[in-house]
Design a protein around this ligand. Structure first.
Ligand code: SF4
Length: 374
């Protein structure tokens, strides 16, 4: 998955122990950027440099907030997720990846001070909350740089000591064997993004096929980890009904429903500028060929009846095979919830609460009945 060409280091972390471990694994001679210089690529290459950036790793010290609320959007129902920010950028190359338009720095960045500074900040934050769901896969894939950083075992052991939080590691990859014997206490949820097989084949370059992801999930379950799945983005194409059915049937052939914390459904949505960038990079793609409307968050999305049709089909299939699994919609309105599920999350105490309860049930955590304000 990783095919690096160059590593840059911020001068101040050149002697950091994690930097040395990473460099040992790559065998690269890094280029050191002097203090105050934070751009490995000349600005002129930024826009054209997305593909190049996936082969460049920048190791640095993060001075911002590692722990933060997921940006979400006020226009749609948000799930109350929090982020632990370990780095940004991804060596995989999905046509629809929002990161192509989101960051103006196309290289892969990893914060080597994540263990000492990040976990300290996280520990303090946890004392202010009753219960939290936290993920690292918001601005990267949670396993994007794992073969170099071996970060996840540290996070899993940290969360195993917590009573009021679960960690969700979201990925499309399958390199999880080093997690086998960890004392995780079911406080880490291993989550896979899934899609129709042909979307995975054609639009998720560098990622293993969905069947392999589900075999990795099956292994995780055999090691006692709770799991979760994200069908996002769900895409319309000829044959979508049959192909999503194929993935869902394979999922429940391999995974017992009682081990699944949640399944999210989110249809294709994108900032208008992403379409231009993605079309230039992947001229053969057809995923932007439908008609789209502009949503309340300024992103393009399918017309509402088409979204409802997608969700209803996938939800029907899931409910048939796993009637008790928590299914939720990502970035949708209460009206769409009602059309798809027959209820809005408000009638069940809100989406955050629904997901907190699902996490506590599947991760076997004593229930926490209220959430403190941030
Ligand atoms: S795996 Fe996620 S972060 Fe990586 S390229 Fe695909 S969509 Fe982007």
């Amino acid at each position: 998955m990783l095919s690096l060409e160059k590593i840059y280091l911020a001068e101040e972390i050149a002697n950091h122990p994690l930097t040395s471990k990473i460099l040992q694994k790559t065998g690269f001679k890094p280029q050191i950027l002097p203090r105050g210089e934070s751009s490995p690529l000349p600005r002129a290459l930024w826009e054209e440099g997305i593909s190049l950036g996936k082969r460049i790793l920048y190791l640095t010290r993060y001075q911002g907030r590692f722990f933060r609320r997921c940006p979400g959007t006020k226009a749609y129902l948000c799930c109350g997720y929090h982020i632990f920010h370990i780095g940004q950028g991804c060596p995989l190359d999905c046509t629809y990846c929002i990161l192509q338009a989101y960051f103006n720095q196309p290289w892969l960045t990893f914060f080597v001070n994540v263990l000492e500074d990040g976990l300290k900040e996280l520990q303090e934050a946890l004392s202010r909350f009753t219960f939290l769901r936290i993920g690292t896969g918001e601005f990267t894939d949670s396993f994007a740089l794992e073969e170099l950083t071996s970060l996840n075992p540290h996070l899993i052991e940290f969360f195993a000591r917590q009573e009021n939080a679960v960690l969700e590691l979201k990925t499309k990859t399958t390199g999880i064997d080093h997690l086998k014997d960890l004392p995780h206490r079911r406080r880490t949820i291993l989550a896979w993004s899934l899609n129709a097989p042909s979307i995975s084949r054609n639009e998720e370059k560098g990622a293993p096929p969905v069947e392999e992801r589900l075999l990795a999930a099956q292994k995780a379950v055999s090691w006692g980890y709770p799991v979760a799945f994200h069908f996002d983005p769900i895409i319309r194409f000829p044959g979508w009904r049959e192909e999503y059915a194929q993935t869902i049937e394979f999922l429940f052939e391999k995974i017992p429903p009682e081990e699944v914390c949640w399944i999210s459904l989110g249809s294709l949505r994108f900032m208008p500028e992403l379409k231009e960038i993605a079309w230039k990079r992947f001229p053969e793609t057809k995923i932007f060929s439908n008609e789209f409307i502009t949503g309340l968050d300024g992103k393009k999305r399918y017309f509402r009846p088409l979204r409802v049709e997608l969700y209803s089909h996938l939800y029907g299939l899931i409910k048939k095979l796993a009637p008790h699994v928590c299914v939720y919609l990502c970035m949708e309105s209460p009206e769409v919830w009602k059309e798809v599920f027959g209820f809005s999350p408000f009638s069940r105490g809100g989406l955050s609460r629904m997901l907190d309860e699902a996490a506590q049930r599947v991760c076997r955590i004593r229930s926490h009945n209220f959430r403190l304000a941030e």
